[in-house]
Design a protein around this ligand. Structure first.
Ligand code: KG4
Length: 346
């Protein structure tokens, strides 16, 4: 089965071709440079740029895969969650193609794409023996733990109560003057720094008082205090912004606090839930210290860890087409959504 995938939920315009679940083409155009001067994604700039780039990106994916529109068996598109004005561009393209080519349309949840990205590559995906699986979803707008009993059955068991992990890195990077997007900038600058130089908070661990959420507090995340702690540290120690070595240590310590907070929750979740494997997906899963900590946790627990290949960690359409192929393989039907849903939940 040959599926064309389309993704435009935020600031990446992407199209991909997946054949029997194996990734044959993964074309991505990133708008990062256009949003960098504003320190974050500007929705109107994003949607206008998607309109310009989408046709060329779809053509590029088909060419890379050696396919034409006539070879396709279906189209998969992200229809939520995300920025409404961005989602609509990919969705409109997919719906127009589906109608004009008389092909079935699969609306995909962006998060499902990230979840299944850990199974995708040059060969058809193998899911046997991996479920139940615990997945840590970490991106610019999302940080949560999802228990997946089997493909298509998701239970969110913990989430951030304020900022996402990627947001914490992006905001921390701005405070440190390292630029946008913050995750890669922080990782690069922290190289060689001492991650234990400053003890930044890991969020929620020492908090008392009421807990208004239904989730287990021990499996939830909080990053807003970390960002404030960095701000206070820099105000108290102005030399940390002037002295290159000191700044490197502070940056490495900040990154360490994020990676440690994430890994700690995964460790607790693995103790509470019986799992055949665990995974980490989304842009922040590219982070090297985080990958190393999760690999060490896998070694310690004996539970296999699944990570996406780097090209599939950040937003892309291969994960959308690949996740659709996995769902179809599991017997789920083409759902042909008739609109986007910016608040779509798992
Ligand atoms: O999944 P993603 O591409 O987009 C969404 O948010 O949907 O994730 C983007 C986030 C940004 O916050 C970025 O700073 C972070 O992923 N990121 C990283 C790294 N590369 C990207 N964070 C830590 N280390 C990295 N190497």
């Amino acid at each position: 089965m040959i599926i064309l995938g389309i993704e435009s939920s935020c600031d990446e315009t992407a199209a991909a071709v997946v054949i029997d679940g194996a990734v044959k083409a993964n074309a991505i155009y990133s708008q990062i440079a256009k949003h960098a001067p504003y320190g974050g994604v500007v929705p109107e700039i994003a949607s206008r740029d998607h309109v310009k780039k989408m046709p060329g990106i779809i053509e590029q994916a088909l060419t890379e895969a050696g396919c034409t529109f006539d070879d396709l068996d279906g189209i998969a598109v992200t229809y939520g969650p995300g920025l409404a004005s961005s989602l609509l561009i990919g969705y409109s393209a997919a719906r127009a193609l589906s109608q004009s080519l008389d092909l079935p349309l699969m609306g995909m949840n962006h998060h499902e794409g990230h979840i299944y990205s850990v199974f995708l590559g040059d060969e058809p995906p193998v899911l046997d023996g991996c479920f139940p699986m615990l997945t840590l979803m970490v991106s610019g707008g999302d940080t949560r733990l999802v228990y997946i009993k089997e493909p298509g059955h998701y239970e969110v068991i913990g989430q951030t109560i304020d900022d996402a992990a990627g947001e914490a890195l992006d905001k921390g990077s701005t405070l440190l003057g390292l630029g946008y997007p913050g995750g890669p900038a922080v990782q690069k600058f922290a190289e060689g720094g001492n991650p234990n130089a400053v003890r930044f908070p890991r969020g929620l661990d020492n908090a008392g008082g009421d807990w208004p959420f239904s989730f287990d507090r021990k499996l939830c995340f909080s990053f807003s205090g970390l960002k404030t702690a960095l701000l206070y540290h820099l105000q108290k120690h102005p030399s940390a912004l002037e002295d290159e070595d000191e700044k490197r240590d502070v940056t490495a310590s900040y990154q360490e606090a994020v990676a440690d907070a994430l890994t700690k929750r995964m460790e607790r979740a693995l103790k509470k839930y019986n799992c055949a494997s665990f995974a980490c997906a989304g842009g922040v899963s590219l982070n090297r210290p985080l990958r190393e900590k999760l690999a060490a946790l896998s070694e310690k627990t004996g539970i296999p860890l699944k990570l996406s290949s780097p090209r599939l960690c950040t937003d892309n359409a291969a994960m959308i087409a690949g996740a659709a192929a996995i769902k179809l393989q599991a017997g789920l039907p083409f759902n042909s959504p008739d609109d986007v849903n910016p608040n779509l939940s798992l």
